[in-house]
Each structure stands twice: as structure tokens, then as C-alpha cells.
Design a protein around this ligand. Sequence first.
Ligand code: SF4
Length: 508
Amino acid sequence: MTTIRESDFVQSIAEALQYISYYHPADYIRALTAAYEAEESPAAKDAMAQILVNSRMCAEGHRPICQDTGLVVVFLKVGMGVRWDTARSVQDLVDEGVRRAYTHPDNILRASMVSPPIGERRNTGDNTPAVVHVELVPGDRLGVRLAAKGGGSENKSKFTILNPSDDLVDWVLRTVPTMGAGWCPPGMLGIGIGGSSEKAMLLAKEALLEHIDIHELKARGPSDPIEALRLELYEKVNALGIGAQGLGGLTTVLDVKIRTFPTHAASLPVALIPNCAATRHIAFALDGSGPAELTPPRLDDWPSIAYDATVGARRVDLDTLTREEIAGWRPGERLLLSGRLLTGRDAAHKRIVDLLDSGQGLPPGVDLRGRFIYYVGPVDPVRNEVVGPAGPTTATRMDKFTEQILSETGLIGMIGKAERGPAAIESIRRHGAVYLTAVGGAAFLVAKAIRSSRLVAFGDLGMEAIREFEVRDMPVTVAVDSRGRSVHQTGPAEWRSRIGKIPVTVEA
Ligand code: SF4
């Protein structure tokens, strides 16, 4: 019988979460590098370069790949010969590991969990609790797989129960475009087929913890119908032309993973969960001999990319910018921003709108006239950092506030990630404003452009407070111009038509 000591388990969970916060899995880096080299869309290639450069910086600097350091999901396979040397619950032990990891002073991670989930939604402060799944299996080892899942990609999870005669490929190809770019492609799709409703979702989530091996599968050819389905979906999803960050391009997914389970004769449950550019997961086993030993990757696993953000980019001074100037920007154009901007995301927007509705106006120090707002919730700084990793959050969540804020505050621009909805685009057009995107999954790189940070309002909101950043040469792309033209519509449409001319061949 194996005895798992409480301290070994907690330490292993904490160290694994620190590890995955700054090390991408090597298979993801290899697959993304290959996609980067093959990419023909300049905008998508630029986004992939930023993700790869950011990834290497994080591996070297031991700082988080993304400002959203994730919801912790743990799958445990507990051998039936395992004895636990603890009086605490497994949930309690995992949460202790999460707490230690997320409050580590050398690499503090962002606490994103709120409780209760509806109503007050107070941040728990240490990213607990984790979501823990336990399975009893034969043997005397403890198998641990864990992930830190980004909210942007988790929010795009889909589930359906098809009729048994329905076409699953058709459902996936209709569903993926509805997910927009908020899941920060290129990433992976995890697909769970069969079981019951909850089983299909678990299958999809577990599938995302597997290694990327689609290129090996392509090379050797499928050996069963599920492998053939993986290849078919991989080719056809990429043929949608969505591309990195939804900008249009050749690669949207680096792999498609499928897990199956027998199901009821009347049902075909299907779950689809995407994983984002901040793919973070690891597996290890404990056998009672001590904590897990995690080997750091070799830095030569990362490509050496000489990324120069200044090439082909327009320099913009945010402090002197006028509506006339932004009217000259075009979708897909790359900009380097310098000057002052304000930050704010979900909770800050809600408060601003509540204050406007009540007639109280904006809080002291918050003057949005002629300004840009950056949708971001940064990681706290460590050592001499001005701010921790500070990449963009999904802009669509701010869509419902956009008309009122543009019409009542004088704001002229927004920076976030992913597409805007039709109503927000129409507001942007009507007010001659503009929407820019930064690359989701390149948060440490973006943070290097932030030269100072000052709390302006709503300090009680923590990472959601309004700050003023002074930035220098912050790389962004014009996503919606002042005429309401969106690169998230034109880019994928263009690349879908280009890729559509390449015949898709799927081996049976
Ligand atoms: S890469 Fe995008 S979806 Fe993933 S954690 Fe970061 S912001 Fe969220």
C-alpha cells in the first residue's frame, strides 16, 4: 500500500501551478512554431509571433503567460491501494496548493475566482476553490492532471444533444464560427462524444489535457474512425479561415482531441471546449516517495524570433490624438500606442453606467473625454515591475455598455481582444470612435510597454479597478474603424475564400 503525505501532495499541486503559469507545454510551442512558419496572413503571423515571443519571455522570467492565470481544474486518478496521510479532504488539500501557488511572492498569480457565483461575486483572493474530479482506479499510485483554464476560452464551451442520425461534423462547423475569437485562437478543440450530458463535458475537458500530435496522425494516417474524424475536423475547422485571434488566417486550431463513451440509443451528446493560446496543463504521478519532480523545459524548444513591432506600424500619441486622426485608421492596420490610457473591465463598466444612470456622473479623476479605455485586469506586480502581465480581456462583454459610454462620456476608443457585436460596431460607427485589439496570450509582452500605473478609481475592485497606464509603443491592431468596418468580419471571410480553393482531402 502506498501512503501519500499531505505535504507532498500540496507541494506538488502548488509547484505544478507555478510551473504551468510560465511554461507552455513543449508540444504547444512546437505546433505553434510550425503554424507560424506556415502562416500567410500577415496579421495572424504577427499575432503568433507575439504569442511565441511572449512565451519565451515568460519561460525566462518566470512570470505568467497571460494575465488571466486561470480557473484550476484537477483530475485525480486515485489508486485503490493508496492511503492518505491526512485528516483533510482532497478538495481542501488541492485548495491549499492553489492558495500557495497563487500567492507565491516571486510570481504572484491573478486571483480570478468569485463567490458566490451570482449576486455579490466577491473575489476569494487566492483563486480557490479549484474544480476537482476524482476517479478510483486499480493500483497504488496517485495520478494528477491539472490545468489552469482561461475564462475567455472556458466561456466559449458548447454542448448539444444531437439526434443519432445528425451530422456531428456539420454541428462543429456551424458552432465554431459562433464562438468568435474570445477563446484566443490558435488553440485546441476538445470534443466529448457520448455518455450523458455531464459525461460529455468531462470527456471534452479531459481531451484538452492530451498532447498535440495531429501532425504525427497526418503523417501515418488514421487507424480508426475517431482518428479519421479528428483529421477531418482539424482540416475543416482550419478551412473556416478564422485564424490567430480571429484576424483571418490558415491556422485556427493546432489539434482536435476527441474522447468518447457509450451512450443511450436515443441520444448523441456532444461537448465542445476550446483551449486558448495560454494552454496550461501538466500531468504527474505520486508514489509515496515524495513530491513531484517537474523538469524545466529547455529554452531551445522555443524558436528564436526577432520580433520588431515597429516594422509597418503607425506610431500614435494618445495624449494629442483627435477624432480626425482616428478617422484615417483602417481595419487590420497595426499601431504603436504611446501616452496615457485608462483601464476598466466588467465591474468598472457596470459601476460607471450605474453612476451615469443615477445622474452622479463619473467618479473623481475619471475623465474619458478624448481618451482610450483598455479592457484589462492585470496581474499584481512583483519586484521592480510597474504592473504584472496585462493582456486584453474579451471586449464583447463590454458591448452592452458601449453606446451609453460613447454617447455620455466622450470616450473615443477602446482596446480589448476579439470581435465586437453588431450593436457595439454600430455605436462605434455612429460616434466616430474606434476599437483596437491587443493579442490575447501575449500579456507579459504587452506589460513591457506599460511605463507607469496609477490607481484612479474603484480600488475595492482589485484587478478590475480603473487605473491610468502610461504606455510606450504598445502594439495593437485596428479591429473596428470609425466607419464600422471590422477586421473580424473581413479577415476570416477573405481567408475562408482563399483556403476554400485548396481541396480538403481526408483519408478514410
Ligand atoms: S489566452 Fe485569452 S482566453 Fe486564454 S487565458 Fe489568456 S485572455 Fe483568457
